[in-house]
Design a protein around this ligand. Structure first.
Ligand SMILES: [Zn+2]
Length: 333
């Protein structure tokens, strides 16, 4: 699995040279621009460099080209003075390096019993967060009326978009998002206080069930095991199809007219995530180097690595791997 890393870096560096004219034109037409703001905290340098090198934001930008926006929108990665957050304000989406750093710290060492890979645990919530903030932007820029809490609506729009990517990708992204919420819910060491329920967002546990419900409501076959294995209670599952339909109706009615359907089909039908097993097109020397990376990973958990630089190095490589989920550099082994 780790063998993908080096190849990914190679591929992404070559991206500008292999962009087709159509892609380049689509990017020029996009009203979404992107920016990697150099981090103030040196600890975020590796994240900044890797994501920039891997053109993470450019891939997101391309995915958003079908949306016709009346004004320009900037998506940027930036340090937020210790705040692990993301937000939308005045035509700007900001995703904090601290938030991405937090995803690293909660990433599982190996694929979970529920089938969430380490990469999914980062790409899922990172992707979801970007789309959640994009939903806030859509509400404002398109003057979309929202019934209910805007944070819930933004979660729903994000999930709806993810569910319209390929089935395998939707499954993995939703799994990653659910993992992040579950981890956050499990991390609570004390019962929630009354005021925590006053937050504009749902609690992590509520958001966990909400995302599972809309996924199950969208596709009972693809997400059927969520109920069978007890992740989503049967009682809630009974109404998920209706919940999904409600979201679909609102999205298609209010946001649908602002989507270039032809371009959306091209973009959404693209395979954004690699398959679960990888085979690199690298030569022997590169494989040897990758084997060393695999040993690094299996020798112990990230936390047990001696030396902060070693930790950062491996973490940065995983970051590269996770970002590879937006590329097509690997194929089924
Ligand atoms: Zn929000």
């Amino acid at each position: 699995m780790k063998a993908v890393v080096v190849l990914v870096v190679t591929w992404t560096v070559l991206v500008p040279q292999i962009l087709t004219r159509a892609q380049a034109a689509a990017d020029r037409d996009s009203r979404v621009s992107v920016s990697y703001v150099p981090p103030k905290d040196p600890a975020h340098r590796a994240i900044y460099e890797q994501l920039g090198q891997l053109r993470f934001l450019e891939k997101l930008q391309r995915l958003l080209t079908p949306f016709r926006l009346p004004r320009a929108l900037l998506v940027k990665l930036e340090g937020c003075d210790g705040d692990a957050n993301a937000f939308y304000e005045s035509n700007v989406i900001t995703v904090c390096y601290e938030y991405i750093d937090q995803l690293w710290k909660t990433m599982p060492a190996q694929t979970t019993a529920a089938g969430v890979t380490p990469a999914d645990a980062i790409v899922g919530p990172l992707f979801d967060t970007c789309l959640h903030e994009f939903a806030h932007a859509l509400f404002e820029l398109l003057r979309v009326p929202v019934l209910g809490r805007e944070e819930d609506a933004a979660d729903q729009v994000s999930a709806y978009i993810m569910l319209h990517l390929g089935k395998a990708e939707a499954r993995r992204l939703i799994g990653g998002v659910a993992y992040a919420y579950k981890t956050e819910a499990d991390a609570a060491t004390a019962p929630p206080t009354m005021t925590q329920f006053a937050d504009v967002h749902g609690t992590p546990a509520q958001r966990f069930y909400n995302v599972l419900c809309i996924a199950y409501g969208a596709d009972k076959q693809l997400f059927g095991d969520l109920v069978e294995k007890g992740y989503l209670p049967k009682k809630r599952a009974e109404d998920c199809k209706d919940e999904y339909r409600q979201v679909a109706y609102a999205y298609e009615k209010l946001i649908g007219p602002h989507i270039d359907r032809g371009r959306a089909k091209k973009m959404f039908d693209k395979s954004w995530l690699p398959t679960q097993r990888y085979r690199c097109r690298a030569g022997p020397a590169r494989r040897n180097r990758n084997d060393a990376l695999i040993r690094d990973q299996t020798a112990g958990s990230l936390a047990s690595r001696s030396g902060r630089s070693a930790f950062r190095n491996i973490r940065a490589k995983w970051l590269g791997y996770a970002s590879a989920c937006f590329s097509k550099v690997c194929h089924v082994a």
